[in-house]
Design a protein around this ligand. Structure first.
Ligand SMILES: [Zn+2]
Length: 253
């Protein structure tokens, strides 16, 4: 079910055992070829597909469209919330959800810059609402095992406006992809211990803003993208998410 398409009366009738999913996204540059809304479009796409596949046995909240993107701010069009603002926004939304009696929450993230604060939010909410159930999940981490079978670009091929994100926007909103402007990411190498991508976690975090990390705003190789690959990525992510939802649903109050 989609939270804001229901009437207030319909929402009051929904079983409070149902998991409630909040998409956490971003509004930021995605290279010369993808729209600024990329992370929101991807998060909402997965949420809607999941809802369809499991026959409305989840409640999808409106996305938090602006995330923590200070590291992208040098690129035109990027909007950003400070970590403390983002934390307050997410926690206030969840407090409203609790007010209506729901107590199983999935924070579904589609932006790398929300991962650190997402963990802090999870720990704070868990301590403040000990009887509730919280999950934070980032799609490419959740589905990593099956996504490894899809990628064709090796270490450094997936990251930002990359093989995966470009494939997904080609599937979701092909009219928003500027195919002629696709370039390989200008990934600037640093140290072996600091190198990583969506599928290969770095051994240590070495801070660089996006402009330093990649001058064209792309990290990875979008030339390997296709809408067909976007479909396969979607299947991997939805299958993994279904397991999370089913496990959360089975928890008795
Ligand atoms: Zn993105």
């Amino acid at each position: 079910m989609i939270w804001d398409t229901l009437t207030s009366g319909q929402l009051a009738q929904v079983d409070k055992n149902i998991p409630v999913l909040l998409p956490l996204a971003a509004t930021e540059q995605h290279g010369p070829h993808l729209p600024i809304a990329t992370d929101r479009l991807i998060g909402e796409h997965f949420a809607k597909m999941l809802n369809m596949e499991i026959n409305d046995s989840i409640l999808i909240l409106p996305a938090v469209s602006i995330g923590c993107s200070d590291h992208h701010i040098e690129f035109p069009g990027t909007l950003s919330l400070k970590h403390t603002t983002f934390l307050t926004v997410v926690k206030d939304i969840i407090a409203s959800v609790f007010h209506h009696g729901f107590y199983k929450i999935i924070l579904f993230n589609s932006h790398g810059g929300n991962q650190g604060i997402g963990q802090v939010i999870l720990e704070q909410l868990g301590n403040e609402y000990p009887k509730a159930h919280f999950v934070t999940v980032t799609w490419w981490v959740l589905a990593r095992e099956s996504l490894e079978k899809i990628t064709e670009t090796g270490v450094g091929g997936t990251g930002h406006a990359c093989e995966f994100e470009t494939s997904l926007i080609q599937l979701i909103a092909p009219e928003l992809v500027h195919t002629g402007l696709i370039q390989k990411g200008a990934n600037a190498p640093t140290f072996t211990w600091a190198e990583g991508d969506m599928l290969h976690g770095a051994k240590a975090s070495y801070y660089r803003n996006m402009k330093t990390m990649t001058s064209n705003g792309i990290f990875g190789n979008p030339f390997a993208a296709s809408a067909e690959k976007g479909k396969r990525i979607t299947t991997c992510v939805i299958d993994s998410l279904k397991q999370v939802v089913s496990d959360l649903t089975s928890i008795q109050k």
